[in-house]
Design a protein. Structure first.
Length: 290
């Protein structure tokens, strides 16, 4: 266990989704009911291979312990240099049991403590947020993300006392996107942690960055489905309900992840690539065949 630590046209981020295999059922492809998200902000120049090296120690500790709780990591492509570690659970009870078990596994705890020291030297700050799945605000969210490579993660801060406008807004958006092919997303609400409890987090999975090029066409299809009156009402609801919004792009990191077996089986070349043999110097190679 790792340490505890513009709506309108911009709505095209809703064209993708998340489905994470749960700790208890690695083959499941429905979004987890509870998603624990750890953020690590990197000091300048400490991202990349430096951070990857320290994170491999946590992965090795979990692997050596044959730990049943899996997680995966994504690294920021936009915004501040940071890594996110996503832990899916079937329930808050399952989260508690994993926490308790990790504290009593002395071998893994000691390995994690050693890894913490090296990893901590690279970080400027860290925090955690616990998210609760909102199926009524999600669309076609089931499906494996093992072959996806990016997340767009959008945070919507809702004004206090205006959840009813947000709920109406989401219902309108869902009805319109049901008419747009291949639309799917997963919505979570902040339950505990750094983000205010009026925060909604929307995950959009991409197989490649080239999918972003299709967003303008999806915008047009969405606006057609909404109609002129619908777009006007949507603008009114956004103005009333949304305090702020932010979207950033993150890339999956297999080297910093401890993926479930189902993901490895589905895409082994990505999640568990074979180590490359070191190149032998030319003269040494010649001697080895003489």
């Amino acid at each position: 266990m790792k340490k505890i630590t513009g709506l309108m046209l911009g709505l095209s981020f809703l064209a993708g989704g998340i489905a994470v295999a749960s700790a208890q059922e690695a083959g499941a492809v429905s979004p987890p009911k509870v998603l624990v998200l750890y953020r690590e902000f990197l000091k300048p120049g400490k991202q990349g291979m430096s951070h990857q090296k320290t994170e491999k120690a946590f992965v090795q500790a979990a692997s050596n312990a044959k730990w049943p709780q899996h997680y995966f990591a994504v690294n920021s492509v936009s915004g501040r240099p940071r890594s996110l570690f996503l832990y899916p659970y079937d329930s808050f009870d399952a989260w508690e049991k994993d926490q308790d078990a990790s504290r009593t596994n002395t071998a893994m705890a000691a390995a994690n403590d050693r890894a913490e020291i090296a990893d901590g030297d690279l970080l400027s700050e860290a925090d955690s947020t616990v998210l609760s799945y909102r199926p009524e605000q999600s669309l076609n969210a089931d499906g494996s993300i093992a072959k996806f490579r990016y997340f767009e993660i959008s945070l919507y801060q809702i004004r206090a006392g205006h959840r009813h406008e947000w709920d109406e807004l989401v219902k309108m958006v869902k009805r319109a996107y049901e008419k747009v092919p291949d639309s799917h997303w997963a919505t979570y609400e902040a339950a505990y942690g750094q983000q205010p409890n009026t925060t909604y987090v929307i995950f959009h999975a991409l197989k490649s960055a080239s999918e972003i090029d299709s967003f303008p066409d999806q915008d047009k299809a969405f606006m057609t489905a909404m109609g002129e009156d619908g777009m006007k009402r949507l603008g009114e609801l956004e103005s009333a309900a949304v305090e702020s919004r932010q979207t950033n792009l993150f890339k999956f990191s297999p080297a910093m992840s401890y993926p479930p077996d189902a993901w490895v089986k589905e895409d082994p070349d990505f999640w568990k690539p074979k180590a490359m043999m070191p190149m032998m110097p030319k003269k040494a190679a010649e001697k080895s065949v003489q």
